[in-house]
Design a protein around this ligand. Structure first.
Ligand SMILES: [Zn+2]
Length: 158
C-alpha cells in the first residue's frame, strides 16, 4: 500500500510503501505514551525504509530514549530513532538501525485512509498507568510486554 504522511504543520511530508499497513498494534509503553500517545498508546505501522521519501528533512528532530534496565543501574540509549517535526512536535516515524530495512510510521501521521483492523494487539500493558483503559474487544490479544508475533506475522495470520 502506498502511504502519504505529514506532521500537523506540514513542515514535513513523506511517503512510503507498506506491506503491513493495518493499524492494529497499540503500544502502551511509557515512551510511546509520553511522546506519541496522549490517549494512552501509540500505533506504529510497518513500512519499507528504502521507499521512504521525505520533504522538509531540515524540520525533523530525532529522539533516542534513555532506558534504565531493572537489573543494572546504568542507563542506555535506545537504538530506536524516533522522528518528530521540530516545529509542531508531531511524531512521524521510528527507525532502528538494528532492523534497517524497516520503518515504522505512526498511524497518526498518515493521511492516506488506512484499512480498519479486524483484531487488535495491545502490548506493553505492564507499563501503562491505571487511568488508561484498555479497549480490548473479542479476539484481541493482550501482552504485559512485547509479543512474539511481529507486525508482519499479524498480517500473515489475519
Ligand atoms: Zn510540523
Amino acid at each position: 500500500m502506498h502511504l502519504e504522511g505529514s506532521c500537523h504543520c506540514r513542515a514535513v511530508t513523506f511517503r512510503l510503501e507498506s506491506a503491513h499497513p493495518y493499524p492494529f498494534m497499540r503500544c502502551y509503553c511509557s515512551i510511546c505514551r509520553k511522546t506519541a500517545g496522549a490517549g494512552g498508546y501509540a500505533i506504529n505501522l510497518g513500512g519499507d525504509y528504502r521507499t521512504l521519501r521525505i520533504k522538509g528533512k531540515k524540520n525533523i528532530t530525532v529522539y533516542r530514549a534513555l532506558m534504565k534496565s531493572a537489573a543494572a543501574k546504568v542507563r542506555t540509549r535506545s537504538s530506536a530513532r524516533r522522528h518528530f517535526c521540530k516545529r509542531c512536535g508531531s511524531p512521524l516515524w521510528l527507525w532502528d538501525p538494528d532492523w534497517p530495512d524497516l520503518v515504522h510510521p505512526h498511524a497518526s501521521a498518515i493521511d492516506t485512509a488506512l484499512p480498519v483492523p479486524p483484531r487488535h494487539t495491545h502490548i506493553m500493558l505492564g507499563s501503562k498507568p491505571g487511568w488508561v483503559e484498555v479497549q480490548a474487544t473479542r479476539g484481541d490479544r493482550t501482552f504485559r510486554g512485547y509479543p512474539e508475533e511481529s507486525i508482519a506475522d499479524w498480517h500473515q495470520r489475519l
